[in-house]
Design a protein around this ligand. Sequence first.
Ligand code: 5GP
Ligand code: MN
Ligand code: MN
Length: 280
Amino acid sequence: YPHVFMLMHPHSLSLTHVFGNPTTTLTVWVDPIPYDTPKPSGHTRFVCVSDTHSRTDGVQMPYGDVLLHTGDFTELGLPSEVKKFNDWLGSLPYEFKVVIAGNHELTFDKDFMSELVKQDYYRFPSVSKLKPEDFDDVQSLLSNCLYLQDSDVTVKGFRIYGTPWTPWFNGWGFNLPRGQSLLDKWNMIPEGIDILMTHGPPLGFRDWVPKELQRVGCVELLNTVQRRVRPKLHAFGGIHEGYGIMTDGYTTFINASTCTVSFQPTNPPIVFDLPNPSSS
Ligand code: 5GP
Ligand code: MN
Ligand code: MN
């Protein structure tokens, strides 16, 4: 495989919207494994959640080894919300907890914040009111997890890479235009990782938005996952309506959005077992 991908369709395709009918797309659904399924020996159990949006109170958490949270753990990234989320993480028994940000974690996106205070004071009043010293260090409030942002970590022998970027939509945090801007971020993902965590889906996998009759996943992310990086597990959320599991026969795609499209935290966490990497 080439080390990075070139943009494949610089002129031929509008990347603002990608239309498609879900019934004509090759679809392989996967049923979640029940929580009481015994973990096979030599496996690690991952518990996937996403898009909890400060609404974790009623969420029942199943047994597992490693928690993966793929962003939108708050409404606005307010420090008070981050603290509450971190306290919740602290109450959970998983050996490792790995977290990325989503577009709602506004204060984690430093470029977004410097633009917000300049231009858009009334859009997110409670965020605009923050002083720089209130959020400069907001990442350090996440003391009960491993926070990834265009970076990776190895836990229990699994190399996990996490990145928060999503295609531009209404100008939230970590938004980038489709095409080269996002591809530049995906090209930072190393080959040889076991698990990829992104906030949003790749094109065609749990990315259907019924109210718009559109697939909104990122086509550059799809190419990166299927043709270059090939992780065993791609965990994401972002499109709440896409909650569920699919496979392409090699990579398992899990949209673990806990909140529904009406922001009710009713979708259960998804557990997934992976064979432990042979020690090298
Ligand atoms: P959130 O605001 O939590 O990031 O996303 C909530 C909902 O907004 C999603 O479930 C989906 O309905 C919609 N949404 C998020 N991102 C996009 C996007 O890129 N395109 C479209 N059409 N809808 C989106
Ligand atoms: Mn969300
Ligand atoms: Mn989101």
